[in-house]
Design a protein around this ligand. Structure first.
Ligand code: HEC
Length: 158
């Protein structure tokens, strides 16, 4: 790392608490609470692969990107067993992972990972997916369904 980058990081580190105080930077960006940590430890102990043999061909290709990019810092078991399912939950989280230092995920790759995770959640975690839809507001539910349908149509043509 170049000296100037190091200095920038040090400055950022010093400024972060002040920014958190003003709400400019969310504290949650770097820290997760104890309950989340415990939950994540459970995810990590589960299976670390998904049988995608019955998935559409394009989704199977996306799985390779997911496999490559999302097992760099933690086991793939973490996202595989995650309790995220809805499109918005995944897009928010993939963005969070993209912003972690060293993640090196391009926006094209992020879209493929998103498509994979949304499709996979709607099939492999169908019960959870539907439970979350049922608990959502009518507007959020309609939006999530529209996103899934758009994705299904796109992949039916691939
Ligand atoms: C640069 C390192 C890095 C990469 C790459 C990365 N993660 Fe993570 N991931 C983390 C860290 C650190 C945590 C611990 C919680 C946090 O800081 O958000 C985490 C936690 C998670 C969690 C658990 C969150 C929760 O609250 O239940 C999921 C799910 C997850 N990652 C999915 C992904 C996916 C999907 C990808 C690929 C797009 C990915 N990760 C790539 C570093 C990374």
């Amino acid at each position: 790392m170049k000296l100037i980058q190091k200095l920038a990081l040090i400055l950022l580190g010093a400024a972060a608490p002040a920014l958190v105080g003003t709400g400019v930077m969310r504290a949650a960006d770097d820290e997760v609470d104890a309950a989340t940590k415990a939950k994540i430890a459970q995810f990590d102990k589960g299976p670390s692969t998904i049988d995608v043999s019955a998935y559409p061909a394009g989704i199977q290709k996306d799985y390779a990107v997911f496999h490559e990019k999302c097992a760099l810092c933690h086991t793939l078991a973490r996202p595989v067993n995650s309790d995220f399912a809805l499109p918005d939950e995944w897009s928010r989280y993939i963005k969070r992972m993209m912003h972690k230092p060293g993640s090196m995920i391009s926006s094209v790759q992020a879209k493929k990972i998103y498509d994979f995770l949304v499709y996979d959640s709607s099939v492999r975690k169908k019960a959870m997916f539907e439970e979350k839809l049922a608990a959502a507001t009518p507007a959020d539910k309609a939006e999530a369904e529209a996103k899934l349908n758009e994705l299904l149509q796109a992949y039916a043509q691939k």
